[in-house]
Design a protein around this ligand. Structure first.
Ligand SMILES: O=c1ccn([C@@H]2O[C@H](COP(=O)(O)O)[C@@H](O)[C@H]2O)c(=O)[nH]1
Length: 275
């Protein structure tokens, strides 16, 4: 999917919501455990109930890898289902990969070609040759961790090297990479006050913003400092949506939570004449 297609979907749906599919067998409704593939059945029900309210889905691969081969099969079925039934959705493999170039190429093939995700999250720590292999794939996007939502972000990401914070160096240096126009960045909603500085370095790039909901970040604050004329934001919520109920009404409850966030996003866009 191109960035223009994504912007078009955002305007059409009046939503820049990304729903995180962090599917945990201990948290899903017990009646689903009787089915052959509870993770997939849960995801399918959530996707069918919410797809008109969001523009992206983000399975975090840890939740699938934790269940071994069966978990990986559920991930494969989920992305196949999304690509077949809802091809307009932007898909994100939240895998946080990155290695020497030779290995990064294999990661890129796994997630972009074999699984056919639109994008993948990447840790920037190993630098240019670990990132550029992902950027060589047409119409695929690489989402670099810039300033993450957790408290550990302050251990390294905000530390200064020669007077400049490390997360700013990640943003600035990555702009010079081959294929940099396909870069997006992760910035936590819990770090909204950093967005003004971030937008000075990357005025247009899309940001994937986790941390609204369960982690306490504010959608309004993120919009105040991070929204662009082409929106430029994908705000993620995982637990706050998918675990809204553990009963038979779980998909309906997820839909209500997603609808509430979509409504807030529409308001933010309308108040800035962005629709
Ligand atoms: O900085 C980051 C990067 C990734 N994440 C991931 O996003 C979701 C957030 O889930 P919630 O349930 O909405 O808190 C999860 O998959 C994280 O691993 C992040 O939170 N922060």
């Amino acid at each position: 999917m191109t960035t223009q297609d994504l912007v078009q979907q955002i305007r059409k749906k009046k939503s820049f919501l990304c729903i995180g599919l962090d599917t945990d067998l201990e948290k899903i409704p017990p009646h689903l455990l009787q089915t052959g593939d509870p993770i997939f059945e849960f995801n399918k029900a959530i996707i069918d109930a919410t797809n008109h309210l969001c523009v992206a889905y983000k399975p975090n691969t840890a939740f699938y890898e934790a269940y071994g081969i069966q978990g990986w099969k559920s991930l494969e079925r989920t992305i196949e289902y999304l690509n077949k039934e809802y091809p307009e959705q932007f898909t994100i493999a939240d895998a946080k990969r990155g290695d020497i170039g030779n290995t990064s190429t294999r990661y890129a093939k796994a997630f972009f070609e074999e699984l056919n995700f639109d994008s993948i999250t990447i840790a920037p720590y190993m630098g240019k040759d670990s990132i550029e292999p992902f950027l060589s794939f047409e119409n695929k996007h690489t989402i670099l961790l810039a300033l993450t939502s957790n408290t550990g972000a302050f251990d390294f990401q905000t530390k200064k090297i020669d007077g400049i914070e490390l997360y700013k160096e990640v943003l600035q240096i990555s702009k010079s990479y081959q294929g940099a126009q396909k870069l997006m960045y992760v910035v936590g909603a819990t770090k909204a006050e950093y967005l003004t500085e971030i937008r000075k370095i990357i005025p247009e790039n899309f940001l994937l913003v986790p941390g609204v909901g369960a982690q306490g970040g504010s959608l309004q604050e993120v919009c105040k400092f991070g929204i662009t004329s082409d929106i430029g934001l994908l705000i993620n919520s995982s637990r706050g949506i998918i675990y809204a109920s553990k009963g038979m009404d779980f998909a309906e409850a997820a839909k209500k939570k997603a609808s509430d966030l979509q409504g807030q996003m529409q308001k933010e866009m309308e108040s800035r004449d962005l629709l």
